[in-house]
Write a protein that binds this ligand. Sequence first.
Ligand code: AMP
Ligand code: MG
Length: 335
Amino acid sequence: MKTRPSELDCALRAVAEACSVTRRVQCDLDQIRQLTKDDRSPVTVADFAAQAIVAMRLNDELGPVSLVGEESAADLRESAAGDVTQAITEAVRHVRTAVTDDDVLDAIDLGNHDASDARYWTLDPVDGTKGFLRRGQYAVSLALIENGIVKLGVLGCTNLSADFTRAFDDPDPVGCIYYASVGDGAWYLPANDIGVTAAATNAATEISLDALRVCESVEAAHSKQDDTARIIEFLKATSKPARLDSQCKYAVVARGQADAYLRLPTRAGYVEKIWDHAAGKLVAEEAGVTVTDIFGRALDFSKGATLSANEGVVCAAPAVHGRIVEAIDALGITE
Ligand code: AMP
Ligand code: MG
């Protein structure tokens, strides 16, 4: 088996551990809700626990790293958040048995970097929080960015099945991890065993425009679903888009299960965050997919923590990418 660079190996271990912990929290959803008397608290617990686990793993194996994480421990340090902090520590103990609350809070804060370095990691510990809460799809998303280029990406899709016939709202007991480093293709591993030989992942090549397979957000607030329907109609396709939460959409296109993932702006002024795209876009590109914004511009990761030079996302197999961007232009779809 080809040896993997140690940074990639470490990132895979970090994401696999985070997947196993978020899965445990998802099993205890109702119990955590009862304990904290808060409906959204399970995702808070999963989010913080996953960030702590990834930060600890990177820090232990690679030494101090710059990590731009979505979460910060500031609120948790206030005493009112005590129950939640305890639940987070309990969750982290599934993979790190001896940690204390303070260890966990300190680890979360390792993710406070502001993306000002030339080289940093970025993490969305639970991308697709709504999907997590509805026991649908969510992703642990970790990427390494160097001089504005995404060099490495690991996407933990804990509830996504390797079996394409399984419905997206039917959580898989194994899950999938997709990963890529620049120039080295995209790869799949089962989320519960990263020790096995990885399988190459490739985008669809034979595409029927009539039956174009598009995917988009479940949340209408995150992508303008009416515009997706207009694009499909403009292209004279007859298909209905599949809806799923999180960067799992990038994985679904990367593995040829869908031809395109569209993220169409819902309101002027929203800027996409790097942790919502970095890992997914590299996995998709390395699988042979074209990823741009709605105007056909490359996603620009040199602007700090946001994609401020871009609007929306068109992630599509090369055979249809140009047609979709043309349709967007012809229909006058912008912010
Ligand atoms: P998805 O699961 O693909 O619907 O995307 C989830 C992500 O959408 C979250 O991580 C948020 O950062 C992001 N998000 C929040 N508000 C918006 C918005 N108005 N437009 C696009 N994305 C958003
Ligand atoms: Mg996110």
